[in-house]
Design a protein around this ligand. Structure first.
Ligand code: ZN
Length: 78
């Protein structure tokens, strides 16, 4: 299991076993990122811990550049 995720990030998501949309890993622990796409063709994305760490690190960097607070758990805005 990855140790690269902080508890704040880990607890911001629901975890299950599945496949990662980003790296294609299957049968791994994945976080539910949320639905994307139009209502009729909506798909739910899941990312493994390593990919989620990358996605959240990108968000943290973007938030710092924009001068806004970084809040874990918003890879896909609701
Ligand atoms: Zn992945």
């Amino acid at each position: 299991m990855s140790t690269s995720l902080s508890e704040a990030v880990r607890s911001a998501y629901q975890w299950s076993t599945g496949s990662c949309f980003r790296c294609g890993a299957e049968g791994v622990e994945v976080a539910e990122l949320g639905p994307i796409g139009p209502a009729e063709q909506e798909i739910v994305l899941f990312a493994c811990a390593d990919c989620l760490a990358t996605l959240e690190a990108d968000r943290e960097t973007a938030a710092r550049r924009a001068g806004v607070p970084y809040i874990p758990g918003g890879v896909i805005p609701r």
